[in-house]
Design a protein around this ligand. Structure first.
Ligand code: 9MG
Length: 270
């Protein structure tokens, strides 16, 4: 496995797990519904997560939660770019599926593209190849509006593994070095709780490249614990530990400080 992740001017050592802190610049994260306050809050939150120990910050302007309202490209840019311009000293990943947003985000200082569509949009792969940024290639089955309506797989591990391998091959053929690529099984993206748990058990079989996992606060935890999204910290930390044991390299989380403690305990026990 690559021992470092190259993300633009940043080189992140992979001897230890990395933490990616989540910052959503989406209406549901605004306290008063105002756009400007959302941007300010996002900047403050990004800085706080970095102080808490995040190695990377993931900024998103379009919610890909099941059933989330679509956002225009211009609106996504208006949400994300002003935040990026103010935190470009940090290693920032941009969660987007749109090549134009990728392009503008990279110009504004982003070092990584987190694409839940795995660079399948026309032009996306060439753009990322040229940029020198890192990329996260994620598996998803279906589209966010409908993907959780009875998802089905004959063999979820095999299907996700094949897809990730194909997208890695496409990225490598386009000129993206292996040290710039991480893969992600896409927990909750067209998967039931059982699919997610099966993938977690087989995580290390999915790829030889670094694996990013996003389980923090997700509905699988609601299903297991019966708790609403605001009460899923303990479940999220338990999932973080399971993911580390299963071979995850990057944990995409909302609660950075607490996840850092999980990593410290896990490392001490090895
Ligand atoms: C944007 N986003 C929401 N959940 C995610 C996950 O699990 N992985 C990645 N890469 N991105 C996600």
């Amino acid at each position: 496995m690559a021992r470092k992740l190259i993300a633009g001017r940043f080189e992140l050592a992979l001897e230890r797990p990395l933490v990616m802190g989540v910052v959503n610049v989406t209406p549901d994260s605004f306290s008063d519904g105002g756009r400007f306050l959302g941007v300010q809050e996002a900047i403050t939150q990004a800085r706080r997560l970095a102080e808490d120990g995040a190695d990377l910050i993931d900024i998103g302007g379009e919610s890909t939660r099941p059933g989330a309202a679509p956002v225009s490209e211009d609106e996504e840019l208006r949400r994300v770019i002003p935040v990026l311009e103010r935190i470009s000293d940090l290693c920032v990943s941009v969660d987007t599926r749109r090549p134009r947003v990728m392009q503008e985000a990279l110009k504004a200082g982003a070092s990584m593209i987190n694409d839940v569509d795995a660079l399948t949009a026309p032009g996306a792969i060439e753009l990322v190849a040229k940029a020198g940024c890192a990329v996260c290639l994620m598996h998803k089955k279906g589209e966010p509006a409908t993907m959780q309506r009875d998802p089905h797989y004959d063999d979820v591990v095999l299907e996700v593994k094949r897809f990730l391998n194909q997208r890695v091959e496409a990225a490598r053929n386009a000129g993206i070095a292996a040290e710039r690529i991480v893969v992600d099984p896409g927990f909750g993206f067209g998967k039931t709780a059982q699919h997610n748990l099966t993938l977690l058990r087989h995580l290390s079989e999915l790829s030889a490249l670094p694996i990013l996992v996003g389980l923090s606060r997700k509905s699988t935890l609601g299903k297991i614990t019966g708790r609403p999204v605001g009460e899923r910290l303990a479940g999220s930390l338990a999932m973080a530990l399971l993911a580390l044991q299963a071979g995850a390299t990057i944990l995409r989380v909302h609660d950075v400080k607490e996840t850092r403690d999980v990593i410290a305990v896990w490392e001490a026990s090895r």
